[in-house]
Design a protein around this ligand. Structure first.
Ligand code: CMP
Length: 138
């Protein structure tokens, strides 16, 4: 059993597709074991995306991620990190496969609706950024 951190980003929440994303998760057996809505401050967004500090898109990304509420979730299941990344599609929606969330809903490489951890180590950091162990159901 593996866990990963999933985010419905401010563009997804603002456009009213939170329910659609959750429906796709539940329909494909991604168990949601924690979930809440949060409006990140600029500083909190910078801390979350610290690995991207120095990249040309860092300023804009952290402005965007602190621009409105987002939904953060912990997903659990076998091979969940890879399975959820497949369901999301490529970071750049133009390269995302048919039927993925980003292919269907993203409008821009930055405003790409969803985020998912890319490895077990990043998942551990990212889950702990938003949830303590009492907030994750077993
Ligand atoms: P995410 O999967 O959350 O990881 C980093 C985010 O940076 C990415 O999704 C996009 O929202 C954003 N981003 C903006 N420009 C780029 C880029 N050129 N390459 C990768 N990520 C980018």
């Amino acid at each position: 059993m593996e866990r990963t951190l999933a985010i419905i980003k401010p563009d997804g929440v603002a456009r009213g597709i939170t329910g659609e994303v959750v429906k796709r998760l539940e329909g494909k057996d991604f168990r949601i074991v924690a979930m809440k809505m949060i409006h990140l401050s600029k500083k909190q967004a910078e801390g979350f995306y610290a690995v991207h500090q120095g990249k040309p898109f860092f300023e804009s990304l952290t402005d965007f991620m602190s621009s409105g509420p987002a939904v953060v979730m912990v997903l659990e299941g076998e091979d969940i990190i890879a399975r959820y990344r497949q369901l999301m599609g490529a970071t750049n929606y133009k390269e995302a496969a048919e039927g993925t969330i980003r292919k269907d809903f993203a409008t821009d490489i930055e405003k790409n609706v969803v985020h998912g951890s890319d490895a077990p180590e990043t998942a551990a950091f990212e889950m702990a950024y938003f949830f303590n162990h009492l907030e994750i159901v077993s």
